[in-house]
Design a protein around this ligand. Structure first.
Ligand SMILES: *Cc1c(COP(=O)(O)O)cnc(C)c1O
Length: 395
């Protein structure tokens, strides 16, 4: 034995690291400038105020950072799904108006009022719980939501008159918004959207009859804002579009000037040559079509690579498109590089753009959504917590 001394951090040569530096080469990089741009763009297209939807940790992009970027881009409101999500924004010092998109359990009323969230309301029980926390001098502000055909949440049509009468009579509650939600805005040809918007007009007229004419009237999600002029009213609630992702295959973000904010990168963790016929990964469901290079990446379904995309999407290895092959494992996946030699630590883009010998290449959340039989929303929300988010660009 040669009495070899194992290098300690700080000792050259050899790679070193501090004890708490991130070791994982895998990151989701979020361009806050893109979020600000997208909010501005949606506001221009819609000619309305933008309520930026940052629920589910900003669709996986980081709620606080996304919210700040959206406000920089001109959003006048933010929206969340959970009281806890609104509290997180308040703890970060964000004081913009925040809409709570659905009624929480009635016991949550006190907390949401304390956090200064503006609740969406559609049941008399919930409205009464809010009224108990307000007073004529300091009423609790609410947006009343009509069900115009989505049949998820909202005042059912048969109850519109009663619920509007009820809230109009409560002095401790003030209606500052009226809204609905569209079931098929992402299908430009769906006639049910016009039916819903007709019904919403009737609801607005019934509210006006009771003296309820708030400035904020909103029906559109991203798709509604982009392709249904009638849905725009005075505010649009944009989620997926502010992240630059498409609501559906028929409503494409790029065609409306929106830019994806998220790039998911990693590095090759192992590389080797294999022989024609060598099978790889669980189940040996793929085998090499020729002798060539096979790379392993340190990401898997526990990071948010859907198992079903194995064999159906490309990744960018050093800017070259290469197919993800075989079974996606919990923490790893393999990539067929063919004749192109690949080395450990080489940069890989899972989602995003990279420049390579054949020019600029792009693998998108839309590609993954199509391969997985799902929507872009589930891809971006699916990127797990163990993938660190890095925020770049001016928010
Ligand atoms: C999530 C949500 C939105 C945002 O929808 P996108 O399609 O992401 O723009 C708007 N309104 C309501 C009620 C929502 O729940």
């Amino acid at each position: 034995m040669s009495g070899h001394v194992h290098p300690t951090p700080g000792d050259a040569p050899g790679p070193t690291t501090t004890d708490d530096a991130p070791l994982r080469p895998t990151v989701a990089e979020v361009d806050l400038g893109a979020i600000a741009h997208n909010v501005r763009r949606i506001g221009e297209v819609a000619g309305a105020q933008v309520c930026a939807v940052v629920k589910a940790d900003g669709y996986g992009h980081g709620a606080v950072e996304a919210a700040r970027a959206a406000l920089t881009g001109g959003a006048t409101w933010l929206a969340v799904a959970l009281v806890e999500e609104g509290e997180e924004l308040r703890r970060a010092g964000i004081d913009a108006p925040i809409l709570l998109l659905a009624e929480p359990p009635v016991v949550a009323a006190r907390r949401l009022v304390a956090a200064g969230l503006t609740p969406v309301a559609y049941s008399t029980e919930f409205v009464d719980a809010l009224a108990a926390l307000g007073s004529p001098a300091s009423p609790v502000e609410v947006h009343v939501k009509a069900d115009t055909g989505m049949h998820r949440v909202g005042v059912p049509r048969e109850a519109w008159a009663d619920v509007l009468d009820h809230v109009a009579d409560l002095e401790a509650v003030r209606v500052t918004g009226l809204m609905t939600h569209l079931a098929r805005a992402d299908e430009p040809g769906a006639t049910t959207t016009d039916d819903q918007l007709d019904a919403f007009d009737e609801f607005l007229a019934m509210a006006a009859d009771r003296g309820l004419r708030p400035e904020l009237v909103h029906a559109a999600n991203t798709a509604g804002a982009l392709v249904w002029p009638r849905a725009r009213h005075t505010m649009v609630r944009a989620g997926i579009g502010i992240y630059g992702l498409s609501p559906s295959a028929e409503v494409r973000a790029a065609e409306h000037g929106l830019r994806p904010a998220l790039t998911w990168r990693t590095r090759v963790s192992f590389a080797k040559r294999v022989h024609r016929g060598d099978a790889a990964s669980y189940g040996h469901r793929w085998s090499a079509p020729a002798d060539g290079w096979l790379a392993t990446l340190p990401v898997g379904y526990a990071d948010g690579v859907p198992r079903v995309v194995g064999g159906r999407v490309d990744v960018l290895v050093g800017g070259r498109r290469k197919p993800m092959v075989g079974t996606v494992c919990m923490d790893q996946v393999v990539v067929w590089c063919g004749d192109d030699e690949v080395a450990r630590d080489e940069e890989v883009v899972l989602l995003g753009v990279a420049d390579g010998p054949d020019g600029r290449q792009h693998v998108s959340a839309e590609d993954w959504a199509e391969a997985a039989g799902t929507i872009t929303y589930e891809i971006s929300c699916g990127i797990q917590r163990r993938v660190p988010r890095i925020h770049v660009g001016v928010g």
